[in-house]
Design a protein around this ligand. Structure first.
Ligand SMILES: *Cc1c(COP(=O)(O)O)cnc(C)c1O
Length: 397
């Protein structure tokens, strides 16, 4: 039985614990050490060495060993053939776009995506490299079909999307892409591979900001692209050797360690996320709650189908209040921290104002300011009490 076949028989928690780890052959230590050396011993005759190779054991910018261990684990968790781990989620996104797109190509991307996607594709790639872009609400499959051109090379989407939590039918989108010889990449950061596996739904690439759920502790940055080796070899070489977006060995090691408890943490994020979304929906001062696990949510049926273990810990909600009340509300929170990022062990909240430049791309309810709340793994009751106190102290009840 091949290693890949053996992996297919193991459960997600077992893979999270064991993949990419083995006793150290030199010392017998039962965890791989952190290898911080940035260069590796050359062979007796180094003159035939390819200095631009990213196959490892040469120079850490070309690829380090801690990174390789992490790649092995993420590939298994995502159910993909191969994985490249890079310095950040944005390094993964830019690495993918840089490697796949060339001048004259057309790319379709979702109207709700991480801000860097908008900047990269809509402000940099199109003006610097003559790449055409069309922004489409990818939950509307007819709109996607209508946007396809003969030179469309890639469709990029996010589901759930940041920050509207909008849901796209990944399997249906993959079918449309492949009927037209187009590649599909899905940013899976909000779900994590515990809740959703885009490759199994037909996507060509699954992107993760490892900074979020997979590391889970708010103390390291990384990003991954999982997909077919034939594309990933190109992405790995260009992103690392040429663009220098290699992850540090220490960060790869930290993420390796954080990811051991991914499924355990996700269970609690899923439980807390749903409980708090349902609670917020009942508060009279709340104008709307966006969370794919709510029956009232537009994407509920598709989310049920493709998010097999739960809906994660991120939600957005609005207040029936003015700008300053949003800020006062946050100042009254004692447990929930005002900070960007998400998927941490602790709960984080960010107030996104009514002047957000991409607001025209979001549903109407997002036009008057809203919170994005990333629910952590604290006790549900404590988080609800923290919110309850903030409502009371802000005079919103
Ligand atoms: C945070 C985030 C990214 C970017 O990841 P970094 O690790 O911060 O570079 C990309 N996509 C989504 C959906 C994110 O939330």
């Amino acid at each position: 039985m091949s290693k890949k076949e053996l992996e297919k028989q193991l459960g997600f928690q077992t893979l999270s614990v064991h993949l990419g780890n083995a006793p150290d052959s030199e010392t017998g230590a039962i965890q791989h050490p952190i290898t911080m050396a940035n260069s590796y011993l050359l062979p007796y005759d180094p003159t035939d060495v390819n200095w631009s190779s990213s196959s490892g054991h040469l120079y850490t910018r070309n690829g380090g060993v801690n990174q390789k261990y992490l790649e092995e684990k993420i590939a298994a968790l995502e159910g993909g053939e191969d994985c490249v781990v890079l310095a950040s989620g944005v390094a993964a996104l830019s690495g993918l776009f840089f490697a796949l797109l060339k001048s004259g190509d057309h790319v379709i991307f979702s109207s709700v995506t991480y801000i860097a996607v908008y900047r990269l594709l809509n402000e940099l790639f199109n003006t610097k490299f003559n790449i055409e872009t069309t922004i489409v609400d990818t939950s509307d499959l007819d709109a996607v079909r209508a946007a396809i051109q003969p030179n469309t090379r890639l469709i990029h989407t996010e589901s759930p999307g940041n920050p509207t939590l909008g849901i796209t039918d990944i399997a249906a989108l993959a079918e449309i892409a492949h009927q037209n010889d187009i590649l599909l990449s899905v940013d899976n950061t909000f779900a994590s591979p515990y809740n959703q596996r885009p490759i199994e739904l037909g996507a060509d690439f699954s992107i993760e900001s490892l900074t979020k759920y997979i590391n889970g502790h708010g103390d390291a940055m990384g990003g991954s692209i999982t997909g077919k080796t034939k594309y990933l070899d190109i992405i790995r070489a260009q992103s690392q050797v040429n663009l220098g977006a290699t992850i540090s060995p220490f960060n790869a090691w930290l993420i390796m360690r954080g990811s051991v408890t991914l499924p355990l943490r996700m269970k609690q994020h899923n439980r807390n996320g749903l409980a708090i979304a349902e609670w917020l929906e009942q508060q009279p001062a709340v104008s709307f709650v966006a969370y794919p696990g709510l029956k009232s949510s537009k994407g509920y049926d598709i989310a049920q189908k493709q998010m097999t273990n739960g809906f994660g810990g991120v939600l957005s909600f609005g207040l029936k209040a003015d700008h300053d009340t949003y800020n006062r509300f946050v100042s009254k929170l004692k447990l929930i921290t005002s900070a960007v990022s998400l998927g941490h062990d602790e709960s984080l909240i960010v107030f996104i104002g009514e002047n957000d430049e991409r607001q025209y791309l979001y549903p109407d309810e997002f036009h008057h300011g809203f919170f994005r709340l990333s629910i952590g793994i604290e006790d549900t009751e404590d988080l609800i009490n923290d919110l309850k106190n903030a409502f009371a102290e802000t005079g919103l009840q």
